[in-house]
Design a binder for this molecule. Structure first.
Ligand SMILES: *Cc1c(COP(=O)(O)O)cnc(C)c1O
Length: 311
C-alpha cells in the first residue's frame, strides 16, 4: 500500500517536474507600441507562458515550498487568498498534481456565486472555507495559524500570495535565466515576494529593480520587501513606484483599460488589469517622463495571472 502510494506520488512529482523543464520562459524583444523618445531597448520575460495553468510568478514562488513539502510526510497545506487569487489557483493545481490536500481560506463569502477561480479549486479537490474580514486579518497571527495546523492534520501553512523566504529563491531563478544584462527590470508588486526575489538575486549586478505598486501601499510595501530581504539588508538595488495603482487593488479606470487594449492590439501579448496592465501603464508614463537612461535595456517581467481576469 505504502509502496503503491509512493509510486503514484513519484509519478505526480515527475509530472510537476516536467513543468520545470519548460523553463527558461521566453525572453523576447518588445516593440514599444508608444513613443519612445529615449530609444529604450525593451524586452519582456514571458513567465505567462511557463505553463497553461500554473503560470507566472506564483509557480516561481511555490516551487521550493512544494519541493520541501514533498520531502516531508505532510499531505496537507493551508493557504489564503481572495476570490480571484492567482496564488490559490496555482497552488490548488500543484496540490492536485502532488496528491496534497489543500485547505483554502478565502476572504469573503462566495458560496452563492463561485468565481471561475473557485470553481477550478473545487474541481481540483481543494477544501474551501469562506471567512469574513476579521478572521482573514488573522492570517499571519501565530495562534490562528497554530489552530489551523492542528485542525488540518499538521498542515504546512503557506502565506498569502506565497510570499515567504522559500519563494525568493524560486523567483531569483529568473535572473539566472536571463541571456543579457539589463539596466532595469520592472515587475508589478502585490505582496512583495517577486520584487524581493529579483532584488536579492541581482544584488551583485548593475541592475535596478523597479516595482510598480498595484495597490495603495506606500511604506507598507517597502516594509514587506525589506522584511523578506531580511538580514541581507545590503540589498538596495530596488525601489517601488506608487503612482500607478489606479485607485487600489483590482481597481481600474477607463484610462487603464484603454492602455491595456492598445498594448494588446499592438503587441499581441495579453495582459490583465490587476498586475501586468498596471505595469504597462506605469512604464508608458515613465518613458514619457524620461525616467530611464537613454538607450538603456529595460526588461518587463510578465508575471502571468490571466486566469484572474476571467469574469
Ligand atoms: C501575485 C501576482 C503579482 C504580485 O506578486 P507579489 O510577489 O505578491 O508582489 C504580480 N503579478 C501577478 C500576475 C500575480 O498573480
Amino acid at each position: 500500500m505504502l509502496i503503491k502510494h509512493h509510486q503514484s506520488y513519484q509519478y505526480y512529482v515527475q509530472k510537476l517536474e516536467s513543468f520545470f523543464n519548460l523553463k527558461p520562459s521566453p525572453e523576447q524583444p518588445l516593440t514599444w507600441p508608444w513613443t519612445n523618445p529615449d530609444n529604450i531597448d525593451f524586452w519582456i520575460k514571458r513567465d505567462d507562458l511557463i505553463h497553461p495553468t500554473v503560470s507566472g510568478n506564483k509557480w516561481r514562488k511555490l516551487k521550493f515550498a512544494l519541493q520541501q513539502i514533498k520531502n516531508t510526510d505532510t499531505r496537507h497545506v493551508v493557504s489564503f487568498g481572495g476570490g480571484y487569487s492567482n496564488h490559490l489557483h496555482a497552488l490548488a493545481y500543484c496540490c492536485k498534481a502532488l496528491n496534497i490536500q489543500l485547505h483554502a481560506i478565502v476572504r469573503g463569502d462566495y458560496s452563492q456565486q463561485l468565481t471561475p477561480m473557485l470553481r477550478d479549486l473545487q474541481q481540483w479537490g481543494a477544501d474551501v472555507q469562506f471567512v469574513n474580514r476579521q478572521v482573514y486579518q488573522q492570517r499571519n497571527c501565530d495562534e490562528y495559524l497554530a489552530r489551523l495546523r492542528r485542525e488540518n492534520h499538521n498542515a504546512v501553512v503557506i502565506p498569502e500570495g506565497g510570499s515567504q523566504d522559500l519563494a525568493l529563491e524560486g523567483v531569483g531563478e529568473i535572473i539566472g535565466e536571463l541571456t543579457q544584462p539589463y539596466d532595469y527590470i520592472i515587475t508589478p508588486v502585490g505582496s512583495g515576494g517577486t520584487l524581493a526575489g529579483l532584488a536579492l538575486a541581482s544584488q551583485y549586478c548593475d541592475t535596478r529593480i523597479i516595482g510598480i505598486a498595484t495597490l495603495k501601499g506606500k511604506g507598507y510595501l517597502e516594509e514587506l520587501v525589506s522584511g523578506l530581504v531580511g538580514q541581507r539588508a545590503s540589498v538596495q538595488n530596488w525601489l517601488i513606484e506608487h503612482e500607478y495603482h489606479f485607485g487600489g487593488y483590482a481597481k481600474k479606470t477607463d484610462e487603464l483599460s484603454a492602455i491595456i487594449d492598445e498594448f494588446e492590439r499592438m503587441t499581441s501579448i495579453a495582459v490583465e488589469p490587476v498586475y501586468s496592465g498596471k505595469m504597462i501603464a506605469a512604464v508608458k508614463d515613465l518613458v514619457d517622463r524620461h525616467y530611464f537612461k537613454p538607450q538603456s535595456n529595460v526588461l518587463l517581467l510578465h508575471t502571468g495571472g490571466l486566469q484572474g481576469a476571467r469574469s
